[in-house]
Design a protein around this ligand. Structure first.
Ligand SMILES: [Mg+2]
Length: 108
């Protein structure tokens, strides 16, 4: 497995671990299989009755961007009322779910 893929997997694992400790949250990793829907986000779940979908990307890597299909899928979920977002860290996932405030970074 490529190092880059390992890094995204590590972020996914950290996000799941963090969210499992939050009340009123259920989170699941979506496993890419032939039976799955291509382009659907890496993580899904529910927070306080709202469905969420989070695509995880590698941190500090501008080449790690959403594919067109991933963008389309996120928009489908959002249009149907889900909370959606792209996370490159645990902090960003918490912000998407309203569990943390956005932090000022040198990028923003
Ligand atoms: Mg991903």
């Amino acid at each position: 497995m490529k190092h880059q893929a390992v890094l995204e997997k590590a972020i996914v694992t950290r996000i799941i671990k963090t969210l499992k400790n939050k009340p009123h949250v259920v989170v699941r990793k979506r496993h890419g299989t032939a039976m799955g829907m291509a382009g659907d986000p890496d993580l899904y779940g529910t927070i306080n009755g709202r469905h969420f979908e989070i695509e995880v990307k590698r941190p500090n890597d501008s080449s790690s961007q959403l594919t067109e299909l991933q963008t389309q899928r996120l928009m489908e979920w959002k249009a149907a009322g889900a909370i959606t977002g792209v996370a490159r860290s645990v902090e960003e996932a918490l912000v998407i779910l309203g569990l943390a405030r956005p932090v000022e970074t040198e990028e923003s």
